[in-house]
Design a protein. Structure first.
Ligand SMILES: CSCCC(=O)C(=O)COP(=O)(O)O
Ligand SMILES: [Zn+2]
Length: 208
């Protein structure tokens, strides 16, 4: 059963309250979206406090990132959402967050990826059924030119059809799912793994 625009907007509002409450979307950071149709997405407008969103703080765009609602300012990162809907037709929701752990971990990691291995919680990601798997999360350098950043993300996505999310260094996390609940589950899984990774590195550093 497909949801109405109002129901999809409500999912975005609720996601904002939840993610802000967990401290993963402070202030006006972050952006969220759901798929409206095969060729349209519903995204947060730019610059709003994500814990205080209303049903009107969303707008429809096409999958090239063009606003379909003149008068509303689309998220600065619209293209990073719409490229995901174009990439995989089964994606129904995309979440971008700015947690402390995602920010710190991506800044501490000189490599262009982080790999998670042997964590039971990896099974929270779509398509993963055992801890005996490796989840590679690419890290892209931050860029204020979102079209240029999207052009760097696209080849990775094309080469890794099982990708479950990516980090932007010093900035935040992108992840997605078939529905909003799936994307929220993946955010929680990533945050758990980021915290484990940071704690592990801290203990190992203290041990020398
Ligand atoms: C204050 S955070 C800077 C912009 C950003 O990274 C973000 O996620 C929010 O941008 P938007 O245009 O979607 O409000
Ligand atoms: Zn951001």
């Amino acid at each position: 059963m497909s949801l109405t625009r109002e129901q999809l907007a409500q999912q975005i509002v609720d996601a904002g309250r939840f993610l802000y409450g967990r401290g993963w979307s402070p202030a006006t950071s972050s952006n969220y979206s759901t798929r409206l149709s095969a060729s349209e997405a519903l995204l947060t407008v730019s610059g709003k406090h994500k814990g205080q969103l209303g049903l009107d703080d969303v707008l429809a765009t096409d999958l090239s990132g063009n606003s379909l609602e003149p008068g509303k300012k689309p998220s600065a990162e619209t293209l990073l959402h719409t490229q995901l809907y174009s990439w995989r037709p089964e994606i129904g929701a995309v979440l971008h967050t700015h947690s402390v752990n995602a920010t710190v971990l991506s800044r501490l990691t000189p490599e262009d990826f982080i790999e998670f291995e042997d964590y039971e919680l990896q099974k929270a990601f779509s398509g993963i059924s055992t801890h005996e798997s490796r989840v590679r999360v690419p890290i892209f350098d931050n860029d204020q030119d979102i079209a240029r950043l999207a052009a760097k993300v696209q080849p990775w996505l094309d080469a890794h059809p099982d990708c479950v999310g990516y980090l932007i260094r010093g900035h935040g996390l992108y992840t997605w799912g078939a529905q909003m609940n799936d994307a929220l589950r993946q955010i929680e899984a990533f945050e758990f793994l980021f915290e484990c990774e940071l704690k592990t590195r801290s203990v190992m550093n203290r041990q020398g």
